[in-house]
Ligand binder design. Structure first.
Ligand code: SAH
Length: 346
């Protein structure tokens, strides 16, 4: 049985070829493709305009490795967290975040993560594997459906800020976004999608070369190498100057403003020199800063800085004409906030 291929690994062309080889018209491939992506069919039996004989042929050759939402938790603030079981029994998490008239899906790109950000719960899981394009796509569809069901509106935004480093699973993430934005998939605008990276310079350049139309966010947290390396050790390899050069390249080719995600921690990056370094870093390419609240994981080294320290950041950045937002966390009571995704209940 394990010999059967995952049908959603096939392109539309390959599906059409499959039918031609079986002596059937190529357009059957289009019909099946539509069932798989636009209609998110979980089984071949759901494909009602395909004959029973053809359906059983499909069944002989392929499987549909659809994700399963194992556990759905709802936070007091409306945030929903899905524990998503994959075909090989691994689990990832995705989050639905409702704000005013918007619904944002926060999706995972890997099972665990290979990076070692000291303040992030996902980093402790290590990287087990990359998600396939269909597994990323399914997370989005699941949240889209929950948004319709619980909030009476479609999904409006997607952020790749769940588990994993999206740029370390480049090909699959881009293929998933291709499906999400295609009229043959969900038809969402790429402008409503943000890919967040810890900062992999080579891949940021590749995004620019590939002329992607979604937005880029970078988890910066410090613009001083020494400090950044102490909290994000991979910064020793992907240094700030390399990151900066890749971001200049990104902006030059996409003209798309970058968002820096930034947590201020007591005694780590709450001094004037930290603010000054951030302001300097923001000069290289148009950027906005998103100050995010720290969500504690059990590590004594990290404590959210005081409101006063945050105010200092805001005042200084705004003084230099840099847009800054202060983002309060959501879904903390169900461990659904940034950096808290760690499969605790599975
Ligand atoms: N690997 C990508 C995608 C994960 S996004 C990236 O790093 O951008 C998750 C975001 O939450 C990142 O900005 C990350 O730095 C931030 N984060 C991680 N742990 C956190 C924590 N404990 N509290 C607040 N934010 C955290």
């Amino acid at each position: 049985m394990s010999e059967k291929k995952d049908i959603r690994a096939l392109t539309k062309e390959q599906l059409r070829d499959f039918f031609v080889e079986m002596g059937e018209p190529a357009f059957r491939g289009n019909q099946v493709y539509e069932w798989l992506w636009q209609k998110s069919a979980h089984s071949f039996d759901a494909m009602t305009n395909i004959s029973k004989v053809t359906r059983s042929k499909l069944q002989e050759h392929f499987v549909i490795n659809h994700i399963k939402v194992d556990l759905m938790q709802r936070s007091a603030d409306g945030t929903i967290k899905n524990a998503v079981r994959l075909h090989d029994d691994l689990v990832v998490e995705s989050v639905l975040i409702p704000v005013k008239d918007r619904t944002t899906a926060c999706v995972s790109s890997q099972v665990g993560c290979s990076l070692d950000c000291q303040f992030c719960a996902t980093a402790r899981l290590k990287r087990m594997r990359n998600l396939n394009p269909d597994e990323i796509y399914d997370q989005v569809v699941a949240i889209h459906n929950e948004s319709l069901l619980y909030f009476n509106r479609p999904l409006t935004n997607i952020v790749f800020m769940g588990m994993g480093e999206p740029l370390m699973n480049y090909k699959n993430v881009l293929q998933a976004i291709e499906k999400i934005t295609s009229p043959e998939g969900l038809g969402m605008s790429p402008k409503r999608i943000t890919v967040s990276t810890s900062g992999v310079p080579k891949m940021i350049r590749k995004l620019a070369d590939d002329k992607v139309r979604f937005k880029l966010a970078v988890s910066l947290h410090s613009a001083i190498d020494e400090v950044r390396t102490s909290i994000m050790p991979f910064n020793a390899t992907f240094t700030l100057s390399e990151l900066r050069d890749s971001l200049i390249y990104w902006y030059k080719h996409t003209k798309s403003r970058i968002t820096y995600e930034y947590v201020v921690w007591e005694g780590i990056n709450d001094k004037e020199k930290d603010i000054k370094a951030l302001i300097d870093f923001c000069k290289f390419a148009p950027a906005k800063v998103n100050l995010i609240e720290y969500n504690p994981i059990d590590d004594d080294r990290f404590r959210q800085a005081s409101n006063k320290a945050i105010d200092e950041y805001v005042k200084a950045l705004e003084g230099k004409g840099i847009t800054v937002t202060v983002r309060r966390s959501r879904g903390k009571d169900i461990d659904a906030a940034c950096g808290q995704l760690a499969n605790k209940n599975n």
